[in-house]
Design a protein around this ligand. Structure first.
Ligand SMILES: Cc1cc2nc3c(=O)[nH]c(=O)nc-3n(C[C@H](O)[C@H](O)[C@H](O)COP(=O)(O)OP(=O)(O)OC[C@H]3O[C@@H](n4cnc5c(N)ncnc54)[C@H](O)[C@@H]3O)c2cc1C
Length: 341
C-alpha cells in the first residue's frame, strides 16, 4: 500500500492551499483531483475581494478585471452603491496557479483520480488508468467541494445547498462595477452581473422551490433586455448556505472549503474562505505531523479567523428563510438589514 503523511481530496482553492501548506512544512503530500484539468470547467461567478492578494500569490493572468463598486438593486426600486474592491478572476488560471504552488512546495498531484471511499486512515482512489489504489494517510483533508464524498463517507450530514446557474455573455456596453439584483422570485438568493471585460458572468442563485434556477435566469435576462444569442458559455453548480458544520474535524479527517460549509451563508462567496480554511487545515495537519499537536486546534483557529463573519451570515440566512417576503418593500427592509452587514 502507498503511504503519505497527508492526502488531500480535491484540488480547488481549499485543497491546493492545504496541500501547499502541509508540503511546505516538509510532509509527504498527495493531492487528488478527479478532473482532467484543475479548475476546468469553471463553475463560478469569479468575484474575490481585493484582500485575497495578501493571502495568496497569484499572477496577473489570474485577473480578468479589477472592480471597485458593488451596485445593488433592491425589489422596491432603490439602488445603492457600496465600495467592494476586488477582482473578477479567470478562475481556471487562478485554480491552476494554486495547484502549481502546491506542486512546487512538494505535493504530488494526481489528475483524473477520484476518491471513492475512505476510513479514518486510508483511502480508495480510482486512478486515471481505471485501477483502484489503496493509500494510507496520516491525515486526510476533505476539500472535495459541496457534495464532499469525504464528509458523507465519514458521517457528516448532507449540506444545505443553494443552486446557481450562470451564463457568460457579450456585454452590450463596457461595465466596471459588479451588480446584484434582488427579486422576491429569487427566493433566498439573488442575480448578478459580474463584468470580465468584453463579457460578463450573468447568473442567479436561489433556494430551489417555486421556481427553478434556469427559469429565474430566463426571467433575469428578460429583465435586463439581453439577448440569449450573446451567450458564449453556460455553467452552474451548488453552494452550501448553512455555514460550517459544528465540527469540521473528526479523528484524522479535516474538512475545508465548501466540503466543510465554509461559504458565506448570505452572499454564497466561498473562494476566499476556501483558501483561508484550507490554510488553517494545512497548518493544523502540519503541526500534528510535526509535533503531535492535536488536530482539534483547527476548530479553534477557524473560529478565531472566520467565526464572527460566518455567524453573522448564518443569522442573515435564518432570517431569509423565515422572513423572505413577496412584497417588495418588506423584502427590501429585510435585505437592508442582512445584506453585506
Ligand atoms: C455558479 C457559482 C458562482 C459562484 N460565484 C462565486 C463568486 O463569485 N465568488 C466566490 O467567492 N465564490 C463563488 N462561488 C463559490 C465558490 O465557487 C466555491 O465556494 C469555491 O470554489 C470553493 O472552493 P473549494 O476548493 O472548497 O471547492 P471546489 O472549488 O468545488 O473544488 C473541489 C474540487 O474537488 C474535486 N473533487 C470533488 N470530488 C472529488 C473526489 N471524490 N475525488 C477527487 N476530487 C474530487 C472537484 O473536481 C473540484 O476540483 C460560486 C459558486 C457557484 C456554483
Amino acid at each position: 500500500m502507498l503511504k503519505y503523511d497527508a492526502v488531500v481530496a480535491g484540488a480547488g482553492p481549499a485543497g491546493s492551499t492545504a496541500a501547499r501548506v502541509v508540503a511546505a512544512a516538509g510532509a509527504r503530500v498527495l493531492l487528488i483531483e478527479k478532473r482532467a484539468r484543475v479548475g476546468y470547467p469553471v463553475q463560478c461567478a469569479e468575484y474575490v475581494p481585493a484582500l485575497i492578494a495578501s493571502e495568496v500569490d497569484f499572477g496577473e493572468k489570474s485577473i480578468a478585471l479589477a472592480v471597485g463598486t458593488l451596485v445593488t438593486f433592491f425589489p422596491d426600486g432603490t439602488v445603492t452603491s457600496t465600495p467592494a474592491p476586488g477582482y473578477i478572476l479567470n478562475r481556471e488560471v487562478f485554480d491552476a496557479s494554486l495547484a502549481e504552488g502546491a506542486v512546487k512546495a512538494g505535493a504530488e498531484l494526481w489528475l483524473k483520480a477520484t476518491v471513492e471511499d475512505l476510513t479514518d486512515t486510508s483511502l480508495i482512489i480510482r486512478q486515471a488508468n481505471g485501477r483502484r489504489q489503496e493509500v494510507e494517510a496520516g491525515v486526510i483533508i476533505g476539500a472535495d467541494g459541496p457534495l464532499s464524498l469525504v464528509a458523507r463517507t465519514r458521517g457528516w450530514p448532507r449540506a444545505t445547498l443553494a443552486a446557481a446557474v450562470q451564463v457568460e455573455m457579450a456585454l452590450p456596453e463596457p461595465m466596471q462595477v459588479t451588480r446584484v439584483y434582488f427579486d422576491p422570485l429569487y427566493r433566498g438568493g439573488y442575480a448578478w452581473v459580474f463584468p470580465k471585460g468584453k463579457t460578463a458572468n450573468v447568473g442567479v442563485g436561489l433556494v430551489p422551490g417555486e421556481i427553478t434556477p434556469a427559469a429565474a435566469l430566463t426571467h433575469f435576462l428578460r429583465r435586463l433586455g439581453w439577448q440569449q444569442q450573446n451567450i458564449v458559455r453556460r455553467t452552474g453548480g451548488l453552494i452550501p448556505v448553512a455555514g460550517p458544520y459544528q465540527e469540521v474535524h473528526r479523528g484524522r479527517v479535516l474538512l475545508c472549503g465548501d466540503a466543510g460549509g465554509f461559504t458565506h451563508p448570505v452572499t454564497g462567496a466561498g473562494i476566499l474562505t476556501a483558501i483561508l480554511s484550507g490554510r488553517l487545515a494545512g497548518e493544523a495537519a502540519a503541526a500534528y505531523l510535526g509535533s503531535g499537536a492535536p488536530l482539534a486546534t483547527y476548530e479553534e483557529s477557524w473560529r478565531d479567523l472566520l467565526g464572527p463573519a460566518l455567524a453573522r451570515g448564518q443569522a442573515g440566512r435564518r432570517r431569509w428563510q423565515e422572513e423572505w417576503a413577496r412584497d417588495g418593500a418588506a423584502l427590501s427592509k429585510l435585505l437592508r438589514q442582512t445584506w453585506m452587514v
